[in-house]
Design a protein around this ligand. Structure first.
Ligand SMILES: NC(=O)c1ccc[n+]([C@@H]2O[C@H](COP(=O)([O-])OP(=O)(O)OC[C@H]3O[C@@H](n4cnc5c(N)ncnc54)[C@H](OP(=O)(O)O)[C@@H]3O)[C@@H](O)[C@H]2O)c1
Length: 337
């Protein structure tokens, strides 16, 4: 094989925003699989807020990427050589890999993808590999929303948030989405069926929340932490539930992060606040995939992908997640299946 491998390596830990010297794109040789491994070519790379966590040495749920190692990512690729009966040449695999054209897969890192039927491999990977199950279990398993209850979700026009809101609508809830632009507000109310949308950047958030949630908040699906969490805490109803899915307002913070000012509401309103990491639900993935696929086929869940071509654009594209420049799921397309 004469082709070159392009590999993004982590060169330093970011402080605040991801600067151009954090990752470097190298030309390297293509690795050879040894017994038990396969070699696959990258088709799609999922860009996720957690990439910024893995680059840092903050307290986290996996080990951080080591300095000078290839950047870690959720990947989907095509097997081109195999030394393991689990993989055949031409199989599509997905799982945890790196930001590289060619990479080694093992049973611990990647699995063959199930047949995606009439759905394209990219659509299936983008929606079902991570964000769909995150929305499904993070909402249903942790907060048990009931018909008629009020559910508020932050990053409501993003990959996870847009699906959370639509599942809450399927469950008969009054759904309020928080996001940063009027266009995103229009999309979630007019196209996705949210009852209300609040532009948290231009509106007075506590007042707008009070108006959008006249009966208070029963469930808050938290993707951001910080001031938005505080504003929601203030309106939580008795026995309310908060699913702590993400804290994106803090991922690029420098220095100490302030705790919630309205922490007392957890006691006064007997709230349940629970964090989760989707990896813990791995064994139950089929349940989420079946439900979400069915709702998508019935038109009850709509998804939007924001697709950028070319692995060389991965570093600058990732930054979109931390400025709100994406709508829906942010994906890199390296080579279509
Ligand atoms: N627990 C888990 O296992 C798990 C799994 C997947 C994802 N997550 C978490 O879920 C959240 C959403 O992830 P996603 O993949 O769906 O990303 P996403 O929502 O598609 O993209 C990130 C969004 O975050 C918002 N944002 C960025 N900086 C912000 C800030 N300073 N304050 C408030 N909002 C900010 C922006 O939306 P706006 O325009 O609305 O501001 C941006 O579009 C993240 O916190 C992520 O870490 C957790």
């Amino acid at each position: 094989m004469t082709e070159t491998n392009h590999v993004w390596r982590l060169r330093k830990r970011p402080v605040g925003d991801i600067t151009d010297d954090v990752l470097s794109l190298e030309q390297e040789s293509i690795p050879e699989p040894t017994d038990g491994e396969c070699l696959f070519r990258l088709n799609y790379l999922s860009l996720d807020p957690t990439n910024r966590i893995w680059m840092s040495d903050m307290d986290q749920y996996m080990s951080p990427v080591a300095i000078n190692d290839p950047m870690r990512g959720l990947v989907c690729g095509t097997v081109i050589k195999s030394k393991n009966d689990l993989y055949k040449e031409g199989d599509i695999v997905s799982g945890l890999g790196t930001w590289a054209d060619y990479q080694i897969g093992t049973p611990e890192t990647v699995s063959p993808m199930a047949d995606t039927g009439s759905v394209s491999v990219m659509d299936a990977f983008a929606t079902l590999a991570l964000v769909g199950p995150t929305a499904y279990f993070g909402l249903l398993d942790i907060t048990h929303p009931q018909a008629g209850e009020t559910v508020v979700v932050s990053t409501a026009a993003g990959a996870v948030g847009s699906i959370v809101g639509q599942i809450a609508k399927i469950k008969g809830c009054h759904v309020v989405g928080l996001t940063s632009t009027d266009e995103k507000c229009q999309w979630i109310t007019k196209e996705l069926g949210f009852d209300k949308a609040i532009n948290y950047k231009t509106e007075d958030l506590p007042a707008a929340l009070k108006q959008a949630c006249p009966n208070g908040i029963d469930v808050y699906f938290d993707n951001v932490g910080g001031e938005i969490l505080d504003a929601c805490l203030k309106l939580m109803n008795l026995n309310g539930r908060i699913s702590t899915c993400g804290l994106i307002s803090q991922y690029t913070a420098t220095g100490e992060v302030a705790g919630p000012k309205n922490y007392a509401m957890i006691l006064m309103q007997r709230l349940k606040v629970q964090g989760f990491i989707i990896l813990d639900y791995h064994d139950r993935y089929p349940e989420a995939i079946t439900a979400i696929s069915q709702w998508m086929a019935e038109g009850k869940i709509k998804v939007k992908l924001e697709v950028v071509d070319g692995l060389e654009n991965a570093s600058k594209t990732l930054k979109k997640l931390y400025t709100g420049a994406n709508t829906g799921k942010l994906m890199m397309r390296v080579k279509d299946v």
